[in-house]
Design a protein around this ligand. Structure first.
Ligand code: SAM
Length: 194
């Protein structure tokens, strides 16, 4: 999907899209950095959007690794699947993560990479999806997600950071990617203390 069409989609569904512009190449790289992606059996993406992070994942994994992108918007999901036939795109909510892994005979996810717009999610949706991630991430797996710098000053952004620290033993933040629109950084979380 083109950048302009993605922006139009944001205007029509601001409460689920949560981004005005696709993630920049620098943000895509930061999302998969430091998670040993080239050695993983399964990578699950939540909120594939325009598929730019999905492509970065698909280009980095082993040829036989399972890559599943879960995207709520049917049109965006269809676009990702058409552009990246090698991976599996599921048009569903991230809240159904367990059911989706079962459908593909996966015990858990080696890594979960999220483009979900956490800062616009209500409290319960944040905690329900985070709990699903905790239950389905491999014990030594990484969870990465990005946040817009300005969103971290908002109540939902602050709450989200607190929830990450309550659940994960290690929560690291990347340097700010200033050339993203808007500027963003990545949380890299692990159940194990690093
Ligand atoms: C910020 S955009 C993704 C940005 C993406 N990294 C890109 O650059 O294109 C967030 C995406 O999450 C999707 N989304 C929102 N709620 C979701 C949910 N509960 N489950 C799965 N996807 C969801 C939206 O439809 C949207 O495509």
């Amino acid at each position: 999907m083109s950048k302009i069409r993605f922006f139009m989609k944001f205007l029509s569904s601001p409460n689920t899209i949560g981004a005005i512009w696709p993630s920049s190449p620098g943000l895509c790289r930061a999302m998969i950095s430091g998670i040993n992606i080239e050695q993983l059996d399964s990578v699950i993406e939540l909120g594939g959007g325009t598929g730019v992070i999905t492509r970065c994942i698909a280009d980095s994994v082993m040829p036989n690794a399972a890559v599943i992108s879960i995207e709520l918007d049917a049109r965006l999901a269809a676009d990702i699947q058409r552009n990246l036939p090698r991976i599996t795109v599921v048009n569903d909510s991230a809240i159904n993560l367990r059911q989706i892994l079962d459908n593909y005979n996966l015990k858990n996810a080696s890594a979960i990479v999220s483009g979900l717009p956490w800062a616009i999610f209500p409290d319960k949706l944040q905690t329900d999806i985070l709990d699903a991630i905790m239950q389905n991430l491999a014990p030594d797996g990484f969870f990465t997600t990005f946040a817009y710098v300005q969103g971290t000053y908002l109540p939902a952004g602050r709450r989200f950071r607190k929830y990450l620290h309550q659940r994960f033993n290690s929560v690291e933040t990347s340097p700010v990617i200033w050339r993203n629109l808007p500027p963003a950084f990545v949380y890299r979380c692990s159940k194990v203390k690093l």
